[in-house]
Design a protein around this ligand. Sequence first.
Ligand code: SF4
Length: 295
Amino acid sequence: MLKEREERHLVYDYLRPKKKFPNVWCAGCGIGIVMGAIIRAVDGLGLAKDDVAMISGIGCSGRMPVYLDFNTMHTTHGRALAFATGLKMVRPDMKVLVVMGDGDALAIGGNHFIHAARRNIGVTAIVINNSTYGMTGGQYSPTTPIGALATTALYGNVEQPFPIGELAAAAGAAYVARSTVYHVTELERYIADGIQKKGFALIEAVSYCHTTFGRLNKLGGAVDMMRALKDNSITLAAAEKLEPNERAGRIVRGVLVNRDIPEYTDLYRQVIERAQSAQTATEAEGAKSRTPRSL
Ligand code: SF4
């Protein structure tokens, strides 16, 4: 499989290598791993590139649509899901992928996030969670662990981190899964499943930022932080056998939610149909009342 993919240069089918490279990401960053997983997921599903849209906000992960040869929009900070909602409303046939970082998705974009999940609109949101604002220098984000250092928390962060997956699940998403950039085949599978799911799909891709968060917290380089993802994560099935205190601080990987609930653009289309029927009935009634009585 891998050999077959290498032979046909799969990645180059989906990138804009001549126009947009080299990329801005630090060597060793996990964002490129997520991009590779998305490419393989889309390719594996056999989707035409023209049927896929990728939308991002601002931040290191926000650069991803610049490099990919889909229909793309690199939008404003925190607003990727708002743009995606608009696109999905007018093109419900399209596969709309939204790539965000944790700061982008859950701080300035937090309301868009919970309401997109609540509406269950059929977009696939991929949140690359590296616990920091990487591009702007390592400020603490809504997922920075308590006690961790940040350039805006030099004596330790005192805010509770958002559990991204659980937040999306509680808000009403149809599909929620979490994996890491170390577990890349699992991540690819979750992204593919999310794209196929009817409704709002949230895939949390736990990653790292070795150049800001890692350096400040003395966590080593990219390889060390990648190894920590492997060592600190457990499957959902394993986590369910542990006491809450034993689960604390672990990354729990797996499918948190997979449910069939009405999708927003479907419901909205039904509203339009009902409104059109009502309008037609009103017009028919009006025409009837204007018809002169027969002599
Ligand atoms: Fe990745 Fe951090 Fe570099 Fe951004 S700053 S590209 S998140 S390593």
